[in-house]
Design a protein around this ligand. Sequence first.
Ligand SMILES: [Zn+2]
Length: 92
Amino acid sequence: MSRRDQHEDAGLDALLAGAWQAGADAVATALGQMGAVWSPDFGAYASGQLDASAVRCVLCGHAPCDCPPFGTAAYLALVDRLHGRAGERGAR
Ligand SMILES: [Zn+2]
């Protein structure tokens, strides 16, 4: 690979990294506006400091996740608690 090619690749890498970051920021903003809650370990995982297997589940707080089956009453209770809606679902 010539010096010129390497230079152009470096420029492309920077361009792609910038585009990826802009996209990631837009997604994070949109999710935040929808009330998404992130694992406290997400930043460490996203920056490569933590393996995915060590990221604690945002619902049960365990790594690996040991949540009740998706959609069960116990699972939905965890979701409600996470979003500060304790008891709401039962009141409906
Ligand atoms: Zn879990």
